[in-house]
Design a protein around this ligand. Structure first.
Ligand code: FES
Ligand code: FES
Length: 197
């Protein structure tokens, strides 16, 4: 009896084709999933980084996703800069980059190559406090002190930017720095004192 080879071959091709297609779907989905995930949450990538903080150059290997705030606190042990919200809402993490105030929790450390970072640890002149630090002490510009490094860094920038013509002006340009202790009157007074000196 003659064997139906056509049927067998067609059947074989159809069946294996279907299995191949089924097998390929998860791979395609997996690849797409990885691409989307990589786009939304980039995977860990360590790169060499040279960054200058308070006029001192640091060379280290850093994850490209590391924020300036975490770099300062976790890698460089510069814990004067505080982590409040970690979401750009409170101003506790304010530092200067090339003289401009920035929120270090929203700044990627990989973007700082060739720039100068100044933190609260870098504003005193040896044993002499910065005039804004002196003013915060003499005007009672703090209570618990947690927000104070960020307040002082913002206050220095506020004076430099010239936003000190009125109390309203100062309040407006210091509004990104929250103080849970409510030391706002002393903070405004400190800024007025430095601006007038
Ligand atoms: S910790 Fe950066 S704004 Fe709150
Ligand atoms: S001094 Fe306590 S949060 Fe501002």
């Amino acid at each position: 009896m003659k064997k139906n080879t056509n049927f067998s071959r067609r059947f074989f091709l159809k069946t294996t084709g279907a299995f191949t297609l089924l097998a390929s779907i998860p791979a395609v989905l997996k690849a797409t999933y990885i691409q989307v995930k990589e786009f939304i949450v980039p995977s860990k990538r360590i790169v060499p980084l040279t960054v200058s903080v308070n006029k001192k150059a640091y060379q280290l290997d850093s994850d490209t996703r590391t924020t300036l705030l975490d770099l300062l606190r976790e890698n460089l042990d510069l814990t004067g800069t505080k982590k409040g919200c970690d979401h750009g809402q409170c101003g506790a993490c304010t530092v200067h980059v090339d003289g401009e105030r920035v929120l270090s929790c929203l700044t990627l450390s990989a973007m700082l190559v060739g720039k100068e970072v100044t933190t609260i640890e870098g504003i005193a002149d040896g044993d002499h406090l910065h005039p804004m630090q002196e003013a915060f002490i003499s005007c009672d510009g703090f209570q618990c002190g947690y927000c104070t490094p960020g307040q002082i860094m913002s206050a220095i920038a506020c004076v430099k930017e010239g936003h000190t013509h009125s109390v309203e002006d100062i309040k407006e340009y210091m509004s990104g720095n929250l103080c849970r202790c409510g030391a706002y009157n002393g903070i405004v007074e400190s800024i007025q004192k430095v601006a007038a000196s």
